[in-house]
Design a protein around this ligand. Structure first.
Ligand code: PLP
Length: 223
């Protein structure tokens, strides 16, 4: 895992050099979904504390198994509203907020837990119809509609690019997300995080302004 991490860090540094960015401004979020607890502990040994998971039940299971390890669980997958309770209790952050009904469900459960939660809004930039997320044009109205839900703190945007080898198309997705974040900032929102880029496309994401790449297989090995 250390060799894979070094290789990722080399790729991050090169992408930052190409785009005149500071590598310290790009966070690596390990995505542990489908990998075992042993792999998570190995990554913890390399200094990682936050881990991405894409199912509420998996976050709950991780907390049960690794609750004493001081780790944080970041929800990056589609959240069913009937899982709001588990998310409110066990997740440190949600990067896949994509609808008001979910905001309402989370806020209600967070109030019960007496917690606040950082959220990133998932923007749909990919060409595929299957990808979830909010349409970019809906972002500003969505942010206004979020205001009554005081337990949720919107801190940024998340997106997934089209799954393709076409660099131009991938860049279009990432660039659209970055421009959406700028539009939120222009509207007065204190939002600065841009979670984009996975094992196969994180260099392009960094060149387009990503502040956080979500990396699974490139760190943990192939699934
Ligand atoms: C699985 C997943 C990742 C990581 O994917 P890899 O290709 O393994 O790096 C990133 N983001 C989301 C939303 C995911 O579901």
């Amino acid at each position: 895992m250390l060799q894979r991490l070094k290789s990722i860090q080399t790729r991050i540094t090169a992408a930052c050099e190409r785009s005149q960015r500071d590598p310290a401004q790009v966070v690596l979020l390990p995505v542990s979904k489908t990998f075992n607890d042993e792999a998570v502990l190995q990554a913890k040994g390399l200094g990682f504390v936050r881990f991405g998971e894409n199912r509420a039940a998996d976050i709950q299971a991780r907390v049960k198994a690794l609750g004493d390890e001081g780790l944080q669980w970041v929800m990056i997958g589609y959240v069913q509203s009937n899982k709001a309770k588990e998310i409110a209790r066990y997740a440190a952050e949600v990067q896949s907020l994509d609808r008001i009904s979910l905001a309402e469900a989370l806020d209600r459960r967070l109030q019960i837990e007496g917690r606040q939660l950082n959220v990133l809004i998932q923007i749909k930039t990919a060409a595929e119809s299957a990808k979830s997320g909010l349409e970019p044009a809906e972002l500003l109205p969505f942010l206004s509609a979020l205001k009554p839900y005081h337990s949720l703190r919107p801190v940024g945007l998340m997106t997934m690019a089209t799954q393709t080898t076409d660099e131009t198309e991938i860049r279009r997705c990432f660039s659209l997300a970055r421009r959406s974040l700028v539009s939120a900032q222009d509207a007065g929102m204190d939002m600065h995080r841009l979670s984009m880029g996975m094992s196969n496309d994180f260099e392009l994401a960094i060149e387009e302004g990503s502040t956080e790449i979500r990396v699974g297989s490139a760190l943990f090995g192939s699934r």
